[in-house]
Design a protein around this ligand. Structure first.
Ligand code: PMV
Length: 369
């Protein structure tokens, strides 16, 4: 891999094709939830998540010299976007506003024609939020190309900028850069934490290092109320202030739990966070409900299973009806047996996805030289 601009260039339709960057980036699941924001994608409270291994977006960015220089001079970026090989004009506005927000991070890259080709490892419309993996993958490609152009280093600033850029696409994407556990949001007890970007949490007890996330797909449809609207409804929410106090307290508690080994406390906290997130939706104005009757049925079965089998398993929920089952790898066989016997009937077409803590983003750069 070269760090300088190639001397000899590949030609595509008469235009110089400079290179291609492929980034595979994970989705993540939050244990302490981010819900509510201000200014440009700054969180109302800190959050903690872990990156997933199997639910990833793979994005290929190709850079070509552009003939659209007048358009670019006006501060626009000349791009095409394809999802699963098909042009998707409905995503263009979101990507356009992302490019505007991240312009200062990629001053050189944005002078080229950018072709974005993205796909997800998880089934389309499976109800798994793909914006975290998609925006972190796109940011990975763009910032890596910028680094190549200026012959920059992959230092701490690089990773901070990368997380910051991803955040500007989708808040939770800030936590989809590194492997393992991440903290996003300024938190007085953790040096280096910031509202602008996520940082890794390194003090993790071995019992949490191989956590599984088995995602039960209760409803594969597009959710009725978007996260953008949900965050907005936290402004003037009657319980918002108390929710932010709770989330901050849960950060302190969770950091302690992750360092030590109390699965009982972990279970209590993770479930409280999931239910508090949905309680905010139930009590917002207007109120809305994203879980389904089958979500509740699963939650009750999981609690019974935990009590009767004494298995350290808990559930969490994202902004949707699907249930994430979180447990150590040592209990995978017993849990899958339980899912097959007791839970698949509550899933749409019996579908679920097996995932676990992952290693974070991977980037492959090819320069045509
Ligand atoms: O990243 P956004 O803006 O789509 O917000 C997602 C927030 C939750 O997924 C519900 C919680 C979280 O912290 O990931």
């Amino acid at each position: 891999m070269s760090a300088s601009i190639p001397s000899c260039l590949f030609y595509l339709c008469g235009m110089k094709k400079l290179g291609e960057i492929r980034c595979i980036s994970p989705s993540n699941i939050a244990l302490v939830k981010y819900w509510g924001k201000h200014a440009v994608q700054l969180p109302a409270n800190p959050s903690i998540s872990f990156s997933l291994k199997n639910c990833v977006s793979e994005t290929v960015v190709t850079l070509t010299e552009t003939s659209n220089s007048e358009f670019i001079k006006k501060g626009n970026v000349d791009f095409d976007f394809k999802l699963d090989g098909k042009y998707k004009p409905e995503f263009e506005e979101k990507i356009h506003s992302f490019f505007k927000r991240v312009a200062s991070f990629i001053p050189n890259t944005s002078k080229y024609k950018i072709t974005i080709d993205s796909k997800n490892s998880f089934p389309h419309s499976s109800g798994i939020a793909s914006s975290a993996s998609a925006f972190s993958a796109l940011s990975g490609c763009l910032i890596e190309w910028e680094r190549t152009l200026i012959d920059g280093e992959k230092n701490e600033d690089y990773y901070r900028n990368l997380s910051q850029m991803a955040r500007l696409g989708s808040g939770s994407a800030a936590r989809s850069i590194n492997g393992g556990f991440s903290l996003w949001g300024s938190y007085s007890q953790v040096k280096g934490s910031s509202d602008e970007y996520a940082i890794s949490i390194n003090e993790i007890n071995p019992i949490f290092q191989d956590l599984q996330d088995t995602i039960l797909l209760v409803d594969k449809g597009v959710k009725k109320v978007s996260s953008t609207i949900g965050h907005e409804l936290m402004n003037n929410h009657p319980y918002a202030k108390q929710r932010f106090v709770q989330a901050n307290a849960n950060i302190t508690t969770l950091l302690g739990i992750l360092k030590n080994d109390s699965f009982k406390d972990f279970t209590h906290l993770v479930e409280e966070e999931a239910l508090s997130l949905h309680a905010m939706m139930l009590t917002s104005n207007p109120s809305y409900i994203l879980f389904r009757p089958n979500t509740i049925a699963i939650i009750e079965k999981v609690r019974e299973f935990r009590d009767s089998e004494n298995i350290p398993i808990c559930f969490t929920l994202d902004a949707g009806a699907n249930v994430h089952l979180i447990y150590p790898k040592a209990f995978i066989n017993k849990t899958l047996e339980f899912i097959e016997k007791e839970l698949v009937g509550f899933c749409e077409n019996g579908a679920y996805i097996c995932d676990e803590v992952g290693d974070g983003q991977k980037i492959i750069t090819e320069i045509y030289a």
